[in-house]
Design a protein around this ligand. Structure first.
Ligand code: PMP
Length: 407
C-alpha cells in the first residue's frame, strides 16, 4: 500500500514541520499582526494598526450596490467564474481615473488583483529567482518584505530621505546588479515620506539606464491632504514598470480589490502567475464594486476621507509638538495614514513599547521595517483609525512614556 497507514512515510512518523519547503524558512509571520493581538483590548489607544477608518466605509451604498447586483438579471453572472484579467468595465474605470490625473494607461494593461498585496506576490513569482537582488527602501513596507521573501531573494536596502531615496545608494545598488526595485513613492508605509518631483525623475532615469524592474506600489496616492499631486514614477519612465493600485484605502479593504498596470508582455506573464494562484479575483466583489462606482461619485467619497484623515493628521502633529520631547524627530506627512518618529540614538522603541502598553497606548516599533537590521530607535504611528479625541489623549500618554523612558 503506497499512501496508507503502512506507507514508509507513515512508519517513519516524520513530523509535518520537517516537510515544510525550505523557501518558507525565511518567511515570518507579520510582526504587526502579532502586535494587533496585544492591542485588541479596547482600553488601549492603538496607533499600531494600519487600518482605514471604518466610519469611512460606504456601507449603505455598498449594500444597495450588492442588492442591485444580486437581485437583478446580473445575479447569476456575478456568482460565476470569470476572466483572470478582471471585469473590463472596472479596468476601463481605473484607466479613466488615471487619465484624469494625467497618467496615460491602456485598460488592456490593467489586471484586477486580490488586493494590491497580490501584485507583490505576482511580481515575485514572475521576476524573482532565488538569490536575485531586490532593492527596497529603508525603512520599507513589511508586507512586501514578507511577500518577496517566499522567492528567496537577497534584499538590499536604500536609505529613505525626506524627499525620497538616497540616489547615490540607489545607483550603487543598481550598478551592483539589482534585478528589482520595490518602492512606495506616495506617503510611504511606514514613514509617510513622499518622493519629490526631482527624485521621481531621477529614479526613473536610473531605472531606465540600468534596466531594473520597478514595482511601484501606490495604495495611498489619492489620500493627499496638502501640497500638489505628483505623477507616479511610472509617468517619468521611458520603459514602463509595474504600477500597483488598490480600492482598500479609497473604498474598503474587505473587498480585497486592487490592480496592477503593466505593459503587454509583462501583463501576460502576470496573468499566468495569477491564474496559477487563484484563477481570478472574486467576480462578486468586482461586480459590487463596479455597481457602486456606476451609481456613486467616488471622487466625492475620497474627498471626505481626505478631509477626515487630514484632520486626524493635524491633531497628531499638533499634539506631538505639544507632548513629545524635542529630541524626538517626527515626519509630518502630506497624506496617507502614517507618521514616523525617531527617538534619540541608543533608545529602543521595543522597550518603549512595553512601558507605553502600561499607559494603554500602542504603536509599532520600527525595527521590523529594516530588512537588514537597524532602526531600533524608530516607531510608526497610524492616524487614520482613532478619532481625534483619542489621538490627542494617546499622544499625551505616549509623550509621558517617552519622557519617563528618556529620563
Ligand atoms: N502596499 C502597501 C504599501 C500597503 O501599506 C498595503 C496595506 N497595508 C498594501 C500594499 C496591501 O493593500 P491591499 O492588499 O489591501 O490593497
Amino acid at each position: 500500500m503506497k499512501n496508507g497507514r503502512n506507507s514508509p512515510t507513515c512508519q517513519r512518523r516524520i513530523a509535518v514541520e520537517e516537510c515544510f519547503a525550505a523557501r518558507m524558512d525565511s518567511v515570518h509571520r507579520s510582526f504587526i499582526r502579532e502586535i494587533l493581538k496585544v492591542t485588541a483590548d479596547p482600553s488601549i489607544i492603538s496607533f499600531a494598526g494600519g487600518l482605514p477608518n471604518p466610519e469611512m466605509f460606504p456601507v449603505q451604498a455598498m449594500s444597495e450596490a450588492a442588492s442591485r447586483i444580486l437581485g437583478g438579471s446580473t445575479g447569476a453572472a456575478s456568482l460565476q467564474y470569470s476572466t483572470t484579467e478582471g471585469d473590463p468595465v472596472l479596468r476601463r474605470f481605473i484607466a479613466d481615473r488615471y487619465a484624469k490625473r494625467g497618467v496615460e494607461v491602456d485598460p488592456d494593461d490593467i489586471v484586477i488583483t486580490t488586493g494590491s498585496q497580490q501584485c507583490l506576490d505576482m511580481a515575485g513569482k514572475v521576476f524573482l529567482d532565488k538569490g536575485d537582488t531586490v532593492v527596497i527602501e529603508r525603512p520599507g513596507y513589511l508586507g512586501a518584505i514578507q511577500s518577496f521573501s517566499v522567492y528567496e531573494p537577497n534584499f538590499v536596502t536604500v536609505a529613505l530621505q525626506d524627499d525620497g531615496p538616497d540616489l547615490e545608494e540607489l545607483e550603487r545598488a543598481f550598478a551592483a546588479g539589482a534585478k528589482m526595485f520595490y518602492a512606495v513613492p506616495n506617503f510611504q508605509n511606514p514613514s509617510g515620506v513622499s518622493y519629490s518631483a526631482e527624485k521621481r525623475a531621477a529614479v526613473a532615469e536610473l531605472l531606465d539606464r540600468y534596466g531594473v524592474v520597478f514595482v511601484e506600489d501606490d495604495p495611498y496616492g489619492e489620500l493627499r491632504f496638502m501640497g500638489e499631486h505628483l505623477p507616479p514614477v511610472y509617468s517619468f519612465r521611458k520603459k514602463p514598470g509595474l504600477l500597483n493600485g488598490s480600492f482598500s484605502k479609497i473604498a474598503a479593504p474587505g473587498f480585497r480589490l486592487g490592480w496592477v498596470v503593466a505593459p503587454g508582455v509583462v501583463r501576460d506573464k502576470l496573468v499566468v502567475a495569477k491564474q496559477a494562484t487563484d484563477l481570478h479575483t472574486s467576480t462578486l466583489a468586482q461586480s459590487i464594486m463596479r455597481a457602486y462606482l456606476e451609481e456613486n461619485d467616488i471622487d466625492d467619497h475620497v474627498e471626505t476621507i481626505r478631509e477626515t484623515y487630514g484632520r486626524h493628521r493635524e491633531v497628531m502633529v499638533e499634539k506631538i509638538r505639544e507632548y513629545f520631547p524635542a529630541q524626538v524627530r517626527c515626519t509630518e506627512p502630506e497624506g496617507g495614514m502614517f507618521l514616523w518618529a525617531t527617538l534619540p540614538e541608543g533608545c529602543s522603541s521595543m522597550e518603549l513599547f512595553d512601558s507605553a502598553i502600561r499607559r494603554k497606548v500602542a504603536f509599532v516599533p520600527g525595527a521590523p521595517f529594516y530588512a537588514d537590521g537597524g532602526g531600533d530607535n524608530t516607531l510608526r504611528l497610524n492616524f487614520s483609525n482613532a478619532d481625534p479625541e483619542r489621538i490627542g489623549e494617546g499622544i499625551a500618554r505616549l509623550g509621558e512614556s517617552i519622557r519617563e523612558f528618556l529620563d
